[in-house]
Every structure is written in structure tokens, then in C-alpha cells.
Design a protein around this ligand. Sequence first.
Ligand SMILES: [Cu+2]
Length: 195
Amino acid sequence: MKHIILIATANIVFFAACNGSNNQPKTGNDTVQSAQVTTSEKPVATADQQSTSSVKEIVNSYLKMKNALAGDDDKGTAAAGDAMVAAFDKFDKSSLTADQKKVYEDVESDAREHAEHIGKNAGNIKHQREHFDMLSKDMYELVKTFGAGQQLYYDHCPMYNNGKGADWISETKEISNPYFGKKMSGCGTVKEELK
Ligand SMILES: [Cu+2]
């Protein structure tokens, strides 16, 4: 929970600076630090198929967004943002345990805002990428809790945000950087395998 609270705090700072200023978002530093590839543990909570498949729709919209960003496609990125909002609208919480519900709701309230901003910012891929940085932390939390239903990779780019670095989730082992797009698509490393 400490992790989530830190992210939430960072996002308050971020949104305060969201319209107009050049302040970069502060990021929580307590994400996985290891540069080594580790195989993650099984998700703590056992999600039934219903919730896994609904989470899968959210994750799929995220992966579409990631691929659009890697291809410098701001409109495709915005469409994926809208699709993620729709996936959150459709998600059925009724089958979740109390613990799962807590994690889901923390993630959703934050991620939904990022997805909305990304959806509204076709034409400003730089700003979409700033939100994608934050959104990626939420998606990591979601996948760690509910499982992905597919093999995923947690990737790290050391250069984004003036060298502060940023992470993203990918369905391919091969690096395709969503923060720099075609300009530097091979920049980054796999730091964790997610199942
Ligand atoms: Cu914004």
C-alpha cells in the first residue's frame, strides 16, 4: 500500500503542474530497482476468470497505446486512451474480493484520469507520454495483482524525463520504446518478466 500512496502523492504534484508549466512529474522511486531480469511471483490474489478477462481488456488497451506511442502515432494513442476508459466503465467489480477491490479502485481512479488525458491529447504526443509514464505504474500494479493472462515484460528506459528514467509493460521481449518512438526505438532493457 505504501507504494500506491507514494504514487498517488506524486500524481497530485503532477496534476497541479499538468496545464502549462514545464515541471516534470516526480516519480515514486520504490518501483522495482533491479536491472536484472527476474521472474515474478504468482499474483497474490487469485482472480477468477471473469475478472482476469476484464483486466485483460484494460491491459490490451494499454498495449495498443504503447504500440501507438512506439510508432509516434498520437491519434492511435488517443484512441487507445478512449478504449481504456471504456474498459474501466465495463469492468465488473462484483466478483472481486475486498483486497482485490481495494487495489483495483486505487489503480482505477488514477489510471482513468491518465487515460482520459491521453484520449484528449491527440496532437500533443509529448504530453501523452508524460501521462503514459504514470499510467504504466498503475498497469504494473494491476498486472501484479490480477495477473495478465499472457506473458508480459516490464521494461525500463534510462533516458526518458531527463535521465530520471521510465518503465513500461510490453507483450514482446524485443524492446520497442514508447517514450522516444522511432527516434530511439531500441533504447531500454527488460527488467522483469510478468506472467
Ligand atoms: Cu494532461
